[in-house]
Design a protein around this ligand. Structure first.
Ligand code: HEC
Length: 133
């Protein structure tokens, strides 16, 4: 019984610490500028853009993130599962864009020298389709 109470207290403390650390803890390891959090996709026709994004995804991303975004591609053992539902809250449009454009450490490559801005927004639209399934 004591042990259970102790565990509950420990979890509560950890949660409140995470909340006190605020938005930065949410993005474990990524530095996301505030402007990215409110930036909206510039794609005029999201459905069309998502179709283009799908083919860009297949040629640039599937090798790590897997054909359906599950994070199980052959070239990485820890690429993110992009279909997780919680990513809808975690990654609004501009945050997805920022993560693709800038990459992260050596694991997630930056695409700013490979893709145009418009192409990157089509990928954002496609990733939004992936995570609603
Ligand atoms: C070489 C393997 C590799 C390739 C290629 C790659 N990624 Fe990643 N990606 C990763 C890894 C590994 C992570 C986890 C990085 C981390 O959290 O430090 C990641 C993380 C991400 C994230 C952040 C997930 C989150 O919620 O924080 C997004 C979005 C993403 N990748 C999209 C893409 C897109 C779109 C492409 C293609 C344009 C792509 N990635 C290509 C390996 C890759």
């Amino acid at each position: 019984m004591m042990q259970v109470q102790w565990r509950v207290a420990a979890v509560a403390t950890a949660l409140s610490l995470m909340m006190a650390a605020g938005a930065s803890a949410q993005y474990a390891g990524w530095t996301i500028p505030d402007t990215a959090k409110t930036e909206k996709s510039t794609a005029k026709n999201p459905a069309d853009a998502a179709k283009k994004g799908k083919s860009l995804y297949t040629s640039n991303c599937a090798k790590c993130h897997g054909p359906a975004g599950k994070g199980n591609g052959p070239d990485s053992d820890h690429a993110a599962d992009l279909t997780d539902e919680f990513r809808a809250d975690l990654n609004p449009d501009g945050v997805l864009y920022y993560k693709i454009w800038n990459g992260h450490t050596n694991d997630m490559p930056a695409f700013k020298s490979k893709l145009t801005k418009d192409e990157t927004w089509t990928l954002v639209e496609y990733l939004k389709v992936l995570r609603t399934k």
